[in-house]
Design a protein around this ligand. Structure first.
Ligand code: MG
Length: 466
């Protein structure tokens, strides 16, 4: 409250001293969103990892904001990406499912054309738009990035462990000692497959270089570049300059190569004179894939990982960088990838669609250091079901389920309740001490469920079986 009053007084003081000349409309800022795959909350040095070196991301965080309560909107790839692109919970677009949790190479569905993607919204505001990397919102022509508001696309359209060849080593051997030829994934340029199998040993490097080329090419107009790395999703691949160089083994090599790429991208932005008008965001789609031993990452102090609604499944590193605009510091307020949608559209001078519910909120006040986050609540879905709700520091689990243990969900009545400030690892159930909090969260959940209109399910449609 006091902070807002200070701003109000400052404005009045300015007017009392003679009205300042109206400011010229600010140029539209550029946006670069770097989105990793399966990177855990604890996988960066600046988030506490003891043996992975991430000097470029550490510097980005020191020059910008490091968020410690920033969330992906789902715990697996496809729904998480749908939410980022639409600013909406994936259930609204039909991009989540209780059986098939993501899209596969035999999937016939994808992001419905009726959704207004961030790229479509920004393109309508005069932006050049480019998608580099993993898409995973439909690989058939109607669903590709170039049909979803992106001027160009270069990347693997789904997960890098798909299209595994039958004669590749059995079981997990193909993961422990991966070779690109075991995974027949396509690399696409716009709508054409240009390489198959994609040489994944150079994929992080090539995505970085594509992004650098785009920044140089587009520097004279506002641009939005969505760089969605396939790494560090298994099977892990690093280029020869990074292989065997980290103390964290192959996983560390891979993350350090991603970090190096971010450094090169920020250098390009600085050298192009764009630092003061480019917002760069770094985060990931979901938590670490813990069932893959040392080939999966770390959620740090958070519980569990990818695939579940414990904090480790959805809370992510969230780094915001924009010299001169993003006020450097540590941010403990709540934020979510869906908020990137609303924030970028607002910063570009636009408005989010008014004809549908949008779940993202505008984080600009926090980025500028002018006010608290408008987000106070997080909904945790597993597939189409609301499993948990966070409100302020408290999180109530109505249901819990292991990530990949094959066991059914367990319902909790009363719900499990954790204070995520006191207990970020969700170890100590405090439900019996806070009946008032449980009642408030139950009301929030009830109102949310009542107002929810699910979209037509997209993830169960299969090619030839519609
Ligand atoms: Mg993922």
């Amino acid at each position: 409250m006091r902070r807002w009053q200070r701003i109000g007084w400052g404005l009045l003081a300015g007017l009392a001293g003679g009205a300042p000349a109206p400011a010229a409309p600010a140029a539209k800022p550029n946006f670069v969103i770097v989105f990793c795959d399966d990177l855990g909350y604890g996988d960066l040095a600046c988030y506490g990892h003891p043996t992975i070196r991430t000097p470029n991301l550490d510097r980005m965080a020191a020059e910008g904001q490091k968020w410690t309560n920033f969330y992906a909107a789902a715990s697996v790839c496809t729904p998480s990406r749908a939410a980022l692109m639409t600013g909406r919970l994936p259930i609204r677009s039909g991009m989540c499912d209780d059986q098939r949790r993501v899209l596969f190479p035999d999937s016939a569905g994808g992001l419905p054309a009726s959704e207004i993607t961030l790229s479509e919204a920004l393109r309508d505001l005069g932006y050049a738009t480019a998608c580099v990397g993993k898409w995973h919102l439909g690989h058939l022509p109607p669903y590709l990035p170039t049909n979803n508001g992106f001027d160009s696309y270069f990347g693997i359209p789904y997960s890098n462990d798909m299209d595994r060849l039958a004669d590749s080593p059995k079981g997990r051997e193909a993961i422990w000692n991966p070779r690109p030829e075991y995974f027949n994934v396509p690399l696409m340029r716009d709508r054409e497959v240009v390489e198959r199998p994609a040489d994944q040993t150079t994929i992080t490097k090539r995505y970085t270089e594509e992004t650098i080329g785009l920044i140089r090419k587009l520097k004279d107009r506002p641009f939005f570049i969505y760089l969605a790395h396939n790494m560090p999703h298994i099977p892990l691949f690093a280029s020869k300059d990074f292989l065997g160089t980290s103390r964290r083994g192959l996983y560390g090599d891979v993350v350090e190569e991603v970090d190096s790429g971010v450094g090169r991208i920020l250098d390009t932005i600085r050298e192009s004179g764009l630092a003061e008008r480019t917002l760069v965001v770094f985060t990931s789609d979901n938590g670490p894939w813990l069932t893959f031993d040392t080939h999966g990452g770390s959620a740090g102090p958070l519980r569990d990982g990818k695939g579940c609604t414990w904090e480790g499944g959805m809370r992510e590193p969230g780094i915001f960088w924009w010299p001169g605009t993003v006020k450097p510091g540590l941010v403990q307020d709540l934020g979510c990838t869906m908020d990137l949608y609303t924030t970028c559209i607002a910063l570009a001078g636009g408005k989010v669609p008014a004809d549908r519910p949008v779940d993202g909120v505008d984080l600009t006040p926090v980025l500028r250091g002018e006010g608290p986050s408008p987000r106070d609540t997080m909904f945790y879905y597993r597939g189409t079901q609301l499993f948990a709700v966070r409100h302020g520091p408290f999180k109530a689990h109505f249901k819990t389920q292991g990530a990949y243990d094959g066991k059914p969900a367990v319902a909790h009545d009363p719900p499990l309740l954790f204070h995520l400030g006191h207990d970020p690892g969700e170890s100590f159930n405090v439900a019996s001490k806070h009946p008032d909090v449980l009642a408030t969260i139950a009301e929030i959940a009830e109102a949310h469920r009542k107002g929810m209109v699910p979209g037509e399910p997209q993830l169960r449609k299969r090619i030839g079986k519609e």
